[in-house]
Design a protein around this ligand. Structure first.
Ligand code: BG6
Length: 517
């Protein structure tokens, strides 16, 4: 990220996230493992094509798809054309631009453990290189099932494909989940790390690519008014919610092995939490930002098994109604075991034990099949210390709230008390609102566009560094073990509700309530 000059006469913004979009990466081959999979169809190819459409990629960029499906180059191109037509924005498919883009798509069929396939991949890359299609830079993107991550990295290493020359790069982008607990994450990191250095490794957390998550940094560090009150003296507590109305869709098989704690809390919510709670970094470079984020995670105590009950609640949805339509219970979903013990809802209370946040709880919740999709951070401030309205009917006011809406309706609102017009003193809460949609005329970049571009540019600021991932697992590891060995109170919330009653009890114990969304 670049800093805007803070000179006289130039409005000093702390940094300019958009500036990265104006840089063009060096030509490279983007090699996608898992090229026939869902992620490639829905996200990666539309993102790459959109970058090409916006002329943010150099014309020499090539994309090589690798997967077990027996396609040739032309079949791959046609498949990807349909993927972009289906999943890209409707205006995206321009016949001429697609033709030029498609010429640079290539395909290598491969079984991921077959060393010969990596030889073939190397030959393909060498041929493209010699044909002048790229200068030898490579970005390997692992969009496969997680059990292949370490194997592919090792095979790439054995084929000499991880080596960098003085003027070329070789990087690896790893999709989530990065491990399934502390032990497996460490093993994965060690195996990948024996081939690709940390500097070459980009662990995706697509929440960091969301415009509104990045805006959190601008709001905090690009404005002078929030930082003085962003601490335990003024903040009563923080609530972070990631609510989805969808169920597990076609991903029951994966999800049933994962559950909400692994799927959302350990990665997405912890990343958002660390951005909310971190100290201002001295500079907006990757190292400074990661250093501050990991300090937050280190200040969060691990959830000890014996305190699991006080700190966290889990739930699993039963059949219910979403938007008036009946939907099945979790255990009836395709790919899910009929006696599944997997949680589809988590509520949690954490503390950040440092000077800024001591005594200020952070409440986190996430769930599938909630009444609506809503991801937000709500900072609730402490009440006014004294209300000088003794002669009136006003006995109390609602607390001030700063709400950062990550999705949908991206934006921010500040809730504060205002006088109701009239001869009496009557006070109500009102909102001051900022909405992305109406404030800016251009649409937000898709998270994957930004992240792919950053990986090509060699900017790892918006990726998860290993020590953050490891600390995330450390915090929840005992809880995971405990939940893995004890039965869930099955079906303890109906689809279309805000989770089990135990989640309400968790926050009410502190005399607080979940926000109604
Ligand atoms: C993914 C999870 O990482 O994030 C999914 O695996 C979840 O289960 C998704 O639905 C939510 O992402 P978004 O961008 O829709 O909030």
């Amino acid at each position: 990220m670049t800093s805007a000059p803070a000179g006289m006469g130039h409005p000093a913004t702390a940094f300019d996230l958009g500036a990265r979009l104006s840089r063009t990466p060096a030509p490279a081959a983007v090699v996608i493992f898992g090229a026939s999979g869902d992620l490639t169809h829905r996200k990666l190819m539309p993102a790459l094509y959109s970058l090409a459409l916006q002329q943010l990629l150099p014309p020499e960029m090539t994309v090589v798809g690798v997967s077990q499906t027996a396609w040739d180059d032309d079949q791959f191109r046609e498949e990807m054309r349909q993927a972009v037509a289906t999943h890209g924005p409707t205006h995206m498919l321009d016949a001429d631009i697609w033709e030029a883009f498609a010429r640079r798509l290539h395909y290598v069929p491969a079984t991921f453990d077959d060393p010969a396939a990596y030889e073939q991949l190397r030959n393909t890359l060498t041929t493209l290189h010699q044909g002048g299609e790229n200068p030898g830079n490579r970005l390997f993107y692992l969009a496969t099932a997680p059990e292949f991550f370490a194997l592919i990295a090792e095979r790439l290493g054995a084929a000499g494909l991880a080596d960098e020359q003085a003027d070329t790069f070789s990087r690896i982008v790893i999709e989530k989940p990065f491990g399934e607990d502390l032990g497996s994450a460490r093993t994965l990191n060690q195996r990948v790390g024996s081939v690709f250095g940390e500097r070459q490794t980009y662990r995706i957390d697509h929440y960091l690519g969301k415009e509104t998550v990045q805006n959190l940094l601008v709001l905090r560090f690009g404005n002078a008014i929030f930082e003085p009150i962003w601490n335990r003296r003024y903040v009563d507590h923080v609530q972070i919610t990631v609510a989805e109305d969808l169920g597990v869709e076609t991903r029951g098989g994966y999800y049933d092995q994962s559950g909400a704690l692994r799927d959302i809390v350990q990665n997405h919510i912890f990343q958002v939490l660390s951005l909310v709670a971190m100290e201002p970094p001295a500079r907006f470079d990757s190292r400074s930002v990661h250093d501050e984020k990991v300090k937050v995670l280190r200040a969060i105590p691990e959830i000890a098994a014996e305190h699991a009950h006080d700190a966290a609640v889990r739930g699993q949805y039963r059949a219910g109604f979403i938007g008036g339509q009946p939907v099945p219970g979790y255990r009836e979903e395709r790919g899910v075991a009929p006696d599944s013990n997997t949680e589809t809802f988590v509520a949690m209370r954490l503390t950040v034990d440092n000077w800024r946040w001591a005594g200020t709880p952070f409440y986190l919740r996430t769930g599938k099949r909630m009444p609506r999709r809503a991801t937000e951070v709500a900072i609730q401030f402490k009440p006014a210390p004294h209300l000088p309205f003794a002669q009136t009917a006003v006995e109390s006011t609602e607390p001030n709230l700063l709400i950062l809406r990550i999705q949908p309706d991206e934006g921010a609102s500040l809730r504060f008390s205002a006088k109701v017009p009239g001869p009496q003193v009557d006070i109500r809460n009102v909102s001051m609102d900022f909405q992305y949609g109406s404030s800016f005329l251009k649409p937000s970049a898709e998270a994957y566009e930004r992240l792919l571009l950053d990986a090509l540019l060699g900017d790892s600021t918006l990726f998860a560094r290993w020590d953050e991932v490891e600390r995330g697992w450390e915090i929840v590891d005992e809880l995971l073990q405990r939940w893995g060995t004890t039965a869930i109170a099955a079906s303890n919330y109906a689809a279309g509700t805000w989770g089990p009653t135990e989640a309400d009890a968790l926050i009410r114990r502190d005399g607080r309530e979940w926000r109604r969304l």
